[in-house]
Design a protein. Structure first.
Length: 168
């Protein structure tokens, strides 16, 4: 990998290749386009500095994902937890289905708005990126058992919060 030897053009290709995926991940964790852009810039800067130390080139995607997650979590810790969440656009099949989807998205948005960046990262990696537990653990830099227990507690807490909302 030429980028490892300081080739800026080769590194620019990596940026082009990994940038959209890194941005999507950071955006999901942070809930803010501006924060996501800054986190991704920090991640690429860190990767550029540390790339010569990367031993196994084949581990680049997982290694860079971990750097991106860490940058997003760090940026999220420096900001207030309440964020606007872009729910995206969708094409409803009919009006009743559209109402259900809007309500479901609003419920998810309310739940995510108050999560810590670490919890958003966990949910994003597991459910949005559809990573298996060992891959989530690698991205977060924690043991797989820790991911399982954190995920279990988080989902339990979200279910309890949803049950409270239903009672209201």
């Amino acid at each position: 990998m030429a980028a490892r030897s300081g080739d800026q053009v080769a590194f620019a290709r990596l940026v082009d290749l990994e940038g959209p995926r890194a941005y999507r991940l950071a955006r999901a964790i942070l809930g803010s386009s501006q924060d996501a852009e800054e986190a991704v810039q920090e991640a690429f800067l860190h990767a550029w500095r540390e790339l010569p130390r990367l031993r196994d080139i084949a581990s680049w995607p997982a290694w860079f994902r971990r750097i991106t997650v860490r940058a997003a979590i760090d940026r999220g810790r420096r900001r207030p937890r309440v964020r606007e969440i872009d729910l995206g656009t969708f094409e409803p099949s009919d009006a009743s289905q559209a109402n259900l989807e809007v309500e479901a998205r609003a419920d998810v948005a309310r739940a995510l708005r108050f999560l810590a960046p670490e919890d958003r990262a966990l949910l994003t990696l597991r459910f949005l990126d559809d990573l298996e537990i060992p891959d989530v653990a690698a991205a977060l830099g924690v043991p797989a058992g820790t991911v399982k227990s954190r995920l279990s507690r988080l989902l339990e807490r979200l279910r309890a919060d949803a049950a409270i909302e239903d009672v209201r």
